[in-house]
Design a protein around this ligand. Structure first.
Ligand code: SF4
Ligand code: FES
Length: 329
């Protein structure tokens, strides 16, 4: 198939026809990748809800070079041959994202210090990169009681940004959809049908796809902070899923089990509830080694690594044991 050429922030990239601007930008990488709060590659129909990924199209295509009149959602707009796109290089896009963060935070509580998602929250990262320090909103925020959504998952609706990812997991990965979005407008809420519990083998993936701390793992809640744990790749023989997971360990204890996310925070493989919630002993897993967290995050920061370069002479001289020519911090 003949490839098409798109220019994103001045970088030319060749992609297959039918590729979205978002996925073309992901091929370019770095700062040219728009943030995504609702798009999720493996969930059909996702995207188009949060507007975090808006970009400016300054040239529509070679055939029709007119610029697009408004910013477009890069996750659901197809790239065209000769298209020119601005992401991080457009002041208009940056200004708009600033507004989107403010909008998403209108009802979202700033309870990061007690939220289990802190450190791996897409909204936290988005607000850090594109938000302001203050809000102009002066009204009472929308509040809900917390709900037990099945025996393993807690729903904290106050934090939900209505990205619809969890409802797509329920629709596309499980046999029976029993939860969705009820009501409309600012009354919209994620809920189970008459509080019916979600009991099926893949419902735990809703926790992994939730970009904020609205859906959390009841086994992990308030037991640790992610930045104190060490992510380790592990696998086991499982008849329901691939069994490829990440164990989040502190010392020898496994605090939680999740699927393996890529640099965009997306799972390529969904794991079953059996692997996620019922195997917390290391002997039940084949440990592969430390997980390389590719996304920029507090989890990937400050992990001490073996220094391979020789020590500076002045420091070397201070060490008693002169046989050291490298050190572990
Ligand atoms: S609960 Fe989480 S995944 Fe579900 S719609 Fe709300 S923010 Fe999205
Ligand atoms: S990621 Fe594109 S609209 Fe949400």
């Amino acid at each position: 198939m003949a490839l098409i050429t798109v220019t994103i922030d001045g970088n030319d990239i060749q992609v297959e026809p039918g590729t979205t601007i978002m996925n073309a930008a992901r091929k370019v990488g770095g700062d040219s990748v728009p943030p995504a709060m609702c798009y999720y590659t493996t969930l059909k129909g996702s995207g188009g809800k949060c507007r975090a990924c808006l970009v400016k199209v300054t040239k529509g295509s070679t055939a029709d070079p007119r610029p697009m009149p408004k910013l477009v959602a890069s996750c659901c707009t197809m790239a065209q041959d000769g298209m020119v796109v601005q992401n991080i290089t457009s002041p208009e896009v940056l200004e708009t994202r600033n507004g989107i963060v403010e909008f998403l935070l209108i009802n979202h509580p700033l309870d990061c210090p007690v939220c289990d998602q802190a450190g791996e929250c897409d909204l936290q990262d988005f607000a850090f990169e594109h938000g302001k320090q203050s809000t102009r909103y002066e009204f009472k925020r929308r509040t809900y009681e917390m709900i037990d959504i099945g025996k393993d998952i807690k729903l904290h609706m106050n934090r939900c940004i209505l990205c619809y990812r969890c409802t797509m997991v329920a629709d596309q990965l499980t046999n029976e959809r029993v939860h969705g979005v009820l009501w409309r407008g600012d009354k919209s809420e994620i809920s189970t049908y008459i509080q019916k519990a979600i009991e099926n083998d893949f419902s735990g993936n809703m926790i992994d796809v939730c970009p904020v701390g609205a859906l959390t793992d009841k086994h992990f809640r308030f037991r640790n902070r992610v930045w104190f744990t060490k992510p380790v790749d592990a696998h086991r023989d499982c008849s329901k899923c691939s069994g490829n997971v990440v164990l989040w360990m502190r010392g020898d204890d496994v605090f939680r089990v999740t699927g393996r996310k890529d640099e965009y925070g997306e799972l390529k493989e969904f794991i079953c509830n059996d692997c996620r919630f019922h195997h917390y002993n290391t002997y039940e897993w084949v440990i592969e080694g430390p997980r390389d967290i590719k996304r920029q995050s507090v989890i990937s920061a400050n992990h001490y690594e073996k220094e391979t370069k020789p020590l500076p002479e002045v420091l070397y001289a201070k060490l008693d044991n002169s046989k050291w020519n490298s050190f572990t911090i």
